[in-house]
Write a protein that binds this ligand. Sequence first.
Ligand SMILES: [Zn+2]
Length: 520
Amino acid sequence: MIWVDREVKEIIKRKKKLEWVDDMKTPSGRVHIGSLRGVVVHDLVFKVLQENKINSKFTYVFDDHDPMDSIPSYLEYKKWEKYAGMQLYKIPSPVKGYKSFAHYYADEYIKVFNSINCHPELIWAAELYNSGKMNGVIKKILDNADKIRVIYNKAFDKKKPKDWYPFNVVCEKCKKIGTTYVYKWDGKEVHYKCEQKMVAWAIGCGHKGHISPYDGNGKLVWRIDWPAKWKVIGVTVEGAGKDHMSSGGSYDVAKIICDKILNTDAPYPIPYEFFNLKGKKMSSSKGLGVSAKEISSIVPPNILRFIIVRTPIKKAIDFDTNEETISKIFDDYDICLNAYYDLNEGKITDDKRGEVQRDFARIAELSQVHKLPSKRFFIPRFRTIVNLLKNNEDVFNYFENQKKSKLNKEELLIIKERIKYASLNLKKTEITLQVVKELTKSQKEFLKILAKNLIKEKTDDREKLQEVIFSTLRQKNYNAKEVFSGFYIALTGKEFGPKAADLIKSIGKSKVIKILQKSK
Ligand SMILES: [Zn+2]
């Protein structure tokens, strides 16, 4: 039995009238391949629930009401800086023709998951709040702020002050949501201040005001927003990456909020491991990794699904784009496809080997984007196609000879598809993958000394910061090009970036010092 069948077997035991499977994402830039694992995991649970005739739904929430908390490295920093702290659905799209920044990146991602046969109903968080549907839970949370402070203080090292409320208002003056601090709730309105130095990634305007917290005037802070949405939407099954699901993590806190404040059951949790690239974890916040769109352009849809279906959720997926890894994935897929037809033809035995074969058949079945042909067909090996193309040989002719009869419609289609992806693989130069780079010895040393010198500099004056950087550079006659690329990799994941002093100011000096000290 494969992982999804095991999970669904457990879920069904609860005998709920409706199982509501949900996944969420903040569309703050290109969505990387790691998040795609989440969509497919949820899609599989939903499809298997449906197979079992369980009344079920599948939704995907785009948290477009979240603030822009970093400028993606592929956008011009100077142009986008002014939007930091504003809600993503109120920021213009980087490309004309889209409703907002959030909608542009969400749309790119929706196209990718639709292409691999995931079709959740979409929910836009801003609409959820603006429509007033969240008003009830907002009141409940604010009325119970004292209890929530106690829950937070138990769960985290950092104590919340007595005047802290788990809510962010949209500042009436500067329209930012990431910068406001709510210090009072009078039962009708929240009183707030738009802080200039509350977060490192946005500067507030200093405005003080009071406003109703309802109808989209603000949002609950993330850890509370998650369970609040579960309750309002009616979610009964929701997974997340293992970082959120670890003991004492976001899920645990959200579950306590469900039990103690919202009087609702937390959804059935499905923790899943990361989708790594070349052995490294990807990180959206640092802009590291490869986008879901890029990967979906180098392997066919059912192969992309297959990679996720076949890997048990507790195991990390290690993906690589080299010819050997890709060819091996196709070979593994073909083995599962053969097992599927063996099962259909009654050729699978009841012993241990048969059990493995059955799992393979199930993996092939769940990896499909279109219905599989009912009759077995000849499968052209991907590895062979790559070699034939390298030698400029006729692929169709070769397989017709190997099959010893004419190729049918399905066989011609699969050969054409595999030729397309084999050619792409041979022309890899088109695909630029950003992978976490290792720092050199002198880069690491420079960053450590720079951190020390930054601590000594008491102001965060732009000119002074620039001077600290250059004096550090002169200290040991470092190769400027080399150490600067290390500086940008550590802070942004890319080898270049805006002026060093501007970057330090935008991230915040103290945060930069911490990152530099930790650079390995
Ligand atoms: Zn403001």
